[in-house]
Design a protein. Sequence first.
Length: 264
Amino acid sequence: MPENTLINMTLDQLIRLMVVFIRVGPLIFLMPVTGSKGVPIQARALCSFAVALVLAPVIDLPEGTLPATATGFFLFVGKEIILGATLSLFAQLIFAAVEIAGQMCGIQMGLGVAGTMDPQSGTQTSLIGYFWNICAVLIFLAINGHHIFFRAMLESFRHIPPGGVHFSAATFEAMVKGGSWMFLMAVKIMTPITAALFFSQVAMGIIAKTVPQIPILIVALPLNIGLGLVLTGMGMVFLAPLLISGFNTMGRMLGALTSGLGGM
């Protein structure tokens, strides 16, 4: 029985489980999908414990992993939380790029004032950004993107010993590349729609000059919204392959980041 197995665990096994849980917990609480505010804390805690229970037997931990003093233990936990927050931040970059692109497209369409609450981040976002964020989450789960994150979690134990987080030049280089890659992804996602809306507004300006009888201010707003919605639907053809490529890039970046945090 599983409950008998937990009861009969030795002290060494319990320490191993606790060390793994200290690293896995922040990762699960902050990673995409499970880190959403819509997911109950109890569910995230149970998921963290389940993952730690699976990883504990296969993780090779050196002797004397846990510090002997209270101060050392708090420093140990703080380093593990920083590690989890750093990896989760990189996993959230592509979703942030989608939200930025949706916000810019919404403003270009005239939907800058119309916003909705995003349950993933708990903040107000544009309708287009909210729609694209849902699509990104569904694609992320459809291609088993969470497996990329769990793989990075397992690799972190190989490259970074418990409490051995080390910020090197490779770490900061990976952070800079991650930030620039996020903005590049946002530009790639929003460029077709924003370019089409820009030419539409230029055409409206020409019409307003040549045919001043047309109430261009009344016609332009619904036309931009309609054109933007049509282009958003048509853009799903290229959005899915772009996001899949982005998730694969995210996996490689997480691997490079864990190597940098391990001082390699």
